[in-house]
Ligand binder design. Structure first.
Ligand code: HEC
Length: 206
């Protein structure tokens, strides 16, 4: 049920961005900011900070997710610069832990303050992964057989790590959360999810 609610929130946020891209807003952006802030007055302090757009979010909003090549390249360079890589240089953790994290939508919702357990990645809300899982969203591409289709190449594990840590380091205005940059997931958790995609033993590659 919790996963379902988080999935709905994720989909409606991203869906909102898509709808937004199709019509020019008639309302003053400053007024929208004002209404947003006023609407979340009683939210936890951690939430309040999330109402401030950073430079990348602003540039994606003002360009309706279609920045010029120059702006897109600048976003990608800026976002890539904030990626923290594993200290041991290893990108593949434990796929079993990764599967639990991919299933979990816990974290950053109203009911999750103060946090009672570790955040999840909620990957199934937007992606197919294990073929046996019946419930998944389709906002993102299917990730089934992800490692297998890339011959389990070492360099691909690094790319997946980056794409989870900060999708905007690859696609300037990606509709996927910046899990590492926004401190939703830790380096170790991201390694476990990389294993879910890249380990030959993972159900994703069966
Ligand atoms: C809110 C929806 C959403 C969530 C949640 C989400 N993703 Fe994504 N993801 C997307 C979208 C949309 C794309 C395609 C555009 C892009 O590259 O950002 C994508 C792209 C990807 C790609 C690149 C696929 C390729 O073409 O090579 C990977 C890998 C990926 N996601 C993994 C994950 C993992 C792992 C999680 C969970 C930690 C996750 N995603 C959570 C929406 C999401």
């Amino acid at each position: 049920m919790r996963k379902g609610i988080a999935a709905l929130v994720a989909v409606s946020l991203a869906g909102g961005a898509a709808a937004y891209a199709q019509q020019k807003p008639a309302v003053d952006a400053a007024k929208v900011d004002q209404v947003m802030k006023a609407s979340w007055k009683s939210a936890a302090p951690e939430w309040q900070a999330r109402l401030e757009q950073d430079q990348t979010m602003k540039e994606c909003t003002t360009s309706h997710n279609t920045p010029s090549n120059a702006v897109a390249n600048a976003i990608i360079a800026r976002e890539k610069a904030n990626i923290v890589y594993p200290a041991d240089g290893k990108f593949i953790g434990d796929w079993k832990k990764g599967e639990k994290l991919a299933q979990s939508g816990y974290g950053l919702r109203f009911s999750d303050y103060p946090a009672a357990r570790e955040n999840g990645g909620n990957c199934y809300a937007c992606h197919q992964l294990d073929k046996k899982e019946a419930s998944f969203g389709t906002l993102g591409p299917s990730l089934h057989a992800y490692g297998k289709s890339r011959n389990f190449a070492e360099r691909e594990a690094k790319v997946v790590y980056e794409r989870i840590y900060n999708p905007q380091a690859h696609v300037a205005c990606a509709n996927m959360p910046r899990f590492g940059t926004n401190k939703v997931l830790t380096v170790e958790q991201i390694k476990d999810i990389v294993a879910l995609l890249m380990d030959p033993e993972s159900p994703v590659n069966k």
